[in-house]
Ligand binder design. Structure first.
Ligand code: HEM
Length: 505
């Protein structure tokens, strides 16, 4: 009744009509939901709603609606949905999923400061050195390129967060951070979210089918604390010994006014690996896929690099203005395989009305970034990799304000985007300057084909299957699927390197 009064007769945004109790639980698309949502937009328009287990989920799918709500009404649209699982597991410290409370604000301010463009520039020499290290690994064992990409990203993140150099193998900080990331992804599986709307699930015994999430919650609490505390102890010791290197932690911890403040900062820093790892790794993996699928693009990029560097040096950041084609490749990589096609869900903190529709407080709001970046009227042949989209007729780089959709919106926009920009540029330029990547040949000398479509996997689903396999329920809830990242399943052996100017590395 209260809600009816608040609605003043206004309808929710249109959408598929669900069954009464469970709403659209079973309508919510299971595979690549962004495609289904884009399809639904043709019927319902650029703002639609679903009711998932009693909760309103609003999906916005045009630049107009996304900007109007998530950017221009950011004061209302910057919360995250309540995930009981995170609260129970004591994981609400993790910045990307944190509710928009004081703790998030403190952590977010520190991360914004540490990763702002001026600060990100200071990390560039480190990113360059780690990239050269990556080239050497690639040269030694090209078939393990996925592992090398992961190592590179881990090395960059741990260095910028703590000034810490990760070990060659089995680094304790990195391994724990990776485990948290895996658990975090796993926790987005349907059963955990279902426990949101069915609190009584928490009182059922752990051994029952589908109750695996209770064990996860238990293990996750301890692991989370380790990931926060260990680097903090390391930082304190290295500050005391005078061995601390420039890093976000060094700047932030110096300014801490209390133990509580310190705890919030440490939690925000510990979130960075989870937020930045899979995402950057995904884009860099897309890069290698692109190289085997589009040899002519590789060739053109190499001739641009050769004309600037003359085969004498490795590319540096100062070369960037003279390498517009490389820059255009980086932009197209971000657009081509959108890492988080539906970003991370936002939530509203008060009732709102938009286009005559009622959006209640506490709604989950999902922006379909994929729909924007694969709209054929803006990007013709959207599935084809075409760096030229981002070049003017005279070969200069064109800015495209729509691209930032990959990094989300409003107050929650990804604070790591400037660092991503410098990582992508240096890796793409350095790999193209030193290697030619192509498909592997079979024993008869025929190229082994690579199916680019196969390559879209589903990291989260796979990890949840591993942990929960015996007990997994088959149910799916809506918002779970929105948190999917692309995973990559093409064979790691499909990589032959030709151009190996060892003297450069
Ligand atoms: C290609 C790489 C990356 C992509 C595509 C990406 C994308 C995103 C997206 C879509 C969000 C959610 C935005 C929203 O809610 O509207 C996000 C949040 C976040 N990202 Fe990234 N990200 C990337 C790399 C990184 C890196 C390298 C870092 C750190 C160094 C990072 C740190 C964060 C953090 C801390 C948040 C949470 C912000 C908050 O909730 O307030 N990301 N990112």
């Amino acid at each position: 009744v209260r809600e009816r009064r608040r609605r003043k007769g206004l309808p929710y945004p249109p959408g598929p009509r669900g069954l009464s109790i469970i709403g659209n639980l079973f309508d919510a698309p299971r595979e690549r939901p962004w495609l289904t949502y884009a399809e639904w937009a043709k019927k319902y328009g650029d703002i639609l709603s679903l009711k998932v287990a009693g909760q309103v989920v609003v999906v916005v799918q045009s630049t107009r609606a996304i900007r109007d709500l998530l950017d221009n009404r950011r004061a209302t649209y910057s919360d995250r949905p309540v995930v009981t699982f995170y609260e129970r597991a004591g994981w609400d410290w993790m910045l990307p999923m944190a509710r928009a409370d004081e703790e998030w604000r403190v952590g977010r301010r520190a991360v914004d400061r540490g990763l702002r463009p001026a600060a990100a520039v200071q990390f560039q020499p480190m990113q360059k050195a780690k990239t050269h290290d990556f080239l050497k690994r690639l040269l030694r064992r090209p078939e393990h390129f996925l592992e090398h990409i992961e190592h590179l990203q881990g090395a960059i993140v741990m260095s910028l967060a703590y000034g810490y150099d990760i070990k060659e193998h089995n680094d304790v900080f990195l391994d724990a951070a990776k485990e948290v990331g895996q658990l975090f992804n796993t926790a987005l599986f349907p059963e955990a979210l279902l426990s949101n709307s069915l609190p009584m699930l928490w009182s059922l015994p752990e051994w029952l089918p589908g109750m695996g999430f209770k064990k996860l919650a238990r293990n996750g609490r301890e692991l989370g604390q380790q990931v926060i505390r260990r680097p903090l102890t390391f930082m304190k010791e290295s500050i005391e010994n005078g061995t601390a290197r420039p890093s976000m932690a060094l700047d932030d911890l110096r300014d801490c006014s209390s133990e509580d403040h310190e705890r919030m900062i440490a939690a925000a820093l510990a979130s960075i690996h989870t937020a930045g790892a899979d995402t950057t790794v995904s884009v860099l993996t897309s890069f290698f896929l692109m190289l085997v699928l589009y040899p002519s693009i590789q060739e053109r990029a190499q001739s641009e690099l050769d004309s600037v560097l003359r085969g004498e040096t490795l590319p540096d950041y100062s070369d960037r203005p003279r390498l517009p084609y490389i820059d255009a490749i980086c932009k197209e990589l971000i657009r081509w395989r959108v890492v988080g096609p539906l970003g991370l869900p936002h939530a509203t903190t008060e009732d709102d009305v938009y286009d005559g529709y009622f959006i209640p407080e506490g709604s989950t709001v999902i922006a379909n970034s994929w729909a924007i970046l694969h709209d054929p009227s803006t990007y013709p042949d959207p599935e084809v990799f075409k760096p030229e989209r981002f070049l003017t007729i005279d070969g200069q780089v064109k800015d495209d304000p729509l691209l930032s959709a990959v990094f989300g919106f409003g107050k929650r926009i990804c604070p790591g985007r400037h660092v991503v920009d410098s990582t992508l540029y240096i890796v793409v330029a350095a790999v193209l300057a030193t290697f030619t990547v192509s498909k592997t040949k079979d024993s008869q000398g025929h190229e082994i084909p690579v199916d680019g479509d196969d390559y879209v996997g589903d990291v989260l689903k796979q990890s949840s299957r591993e942990v929960l396999a015996p007990n997994a329920l088959q149910t799916q809830t809506g918002p779970v699927r929105e948190l999917m990242l692309y995973g990559f399943s093409f064979s790691a052996t499909l990589l032959t390197l030709h151009r190996q100017p060892d003297h450069l590395i």
